[in-house]
Design a protein around this ligand. Sequence first.
Ligand SMILES: *Cc1c(COP(=O)(O)O)cnc(C)c1O
Length: 381
Amino acid sequence: MIPSDILIPFNKPYLSGSELHNIAEAVSAGKLSGNGIFTQRCHRFFEEEYGFARALLTNSGTAALEMAALLLHLQPGDEVILPSFTFTSTANAFLLRGATLVFADSSPEHPNIDPAEIARLITPRTRAIVVVHYAGVACDMDFISSLVSQHNLILIEDAAQAIESYHGSRRLGTIGHLAAFSFHETKNISAGEGGLLAINDNQFAERAEILWEKGTNRAAFSRGETAKYEWVDIGSSFLPSELTAAFLCAQLDNRLRISKRRLQQWNVYQQALAPLMSLGVKLPLIPSYAQAHNAHIFYLLCRSPKERDLLIHHLRAHHILAIFHYQPLHTSPFFEHAYTGPPLPNTVYYAQHLLRLPLYYELSEEQQVCIAEQVLAFYQQ
Ligand SMILES: *Cc1c(COP(=O)(O)O)cnc(C)c1O
């Protein structure tokens, strides 16, 4: 619910065109459960356009991460390296499978995982590295991929925020063995709730399809590859209904328009707020390898935690909803007692200083100018 005195919300879901038409078509096709025509259309789109060996729609980005964790066959004591500055699902998926979580700090220049930290944390028990492309901005994948092959690890991209983002000529989500995308309402491309498991290494494809269909070989059966379908492995109900897939199809059809607009909006903020840099306020740093990004988030790094709180209040008083982001997982109420590693100062810094400004398709340039004016006015006081 948007509070009634808020004129500019932080996010607003967007209908790109044919969502309702697609849903009506799914209803008249007479099959609403998963893996129907719209699900298969989405899969084909991702396999052809993105080049994934296999794409499987899921109920959420969380579910896609949980499938990735299941595919690793983790044993007790196996270590998974991941950032502390991320959403709980990045960690929960692996904790649910009994992994030992090894939290890495963010880079000093931007909120993504610091590759030098990963190198420091690898042990003989390390099985996987999970990177998060924060704000749709690529992690340093050349360096991280070389660590992965040197130590024979599995690389998983939490690309929940990173649809239509690139690392040079490669799309994010195509670089790791596995990747998870989210189509939550707050993401650039949305289905309300939804996600995608992307499989780049074919060794995982067959089992992924079984986990996805409650541990059965139903998908192979429906293609006529087996005479009956049976219980063949563990699994769960990871697949979304056709209603979700129908909605998502419409958004995917419009992805280029959505990305283009968001990038325009991101650049409006970047230009309008550039004068703050001389005061010591930081704007997002996009490393040269992280082009092109998808403008998922525009953030400021305030000079102190106190200043950030005052700026949030100032904007709120002017009917603009700006919000902070992740609190560190390694010092969270749930995990702090289990955390035995060193302090992660950069993670704590982003948790305390980062402020996200409203960014959604229907946000107008006038509204953006008004937001930027209020931020500048705050710093002129
Ligand atoms: C949104 C998000 C998720 C979870 O995706 P859901 O679809 O909400 O389950 C996981 N990781 C990151 C980094 C996210 O931003």
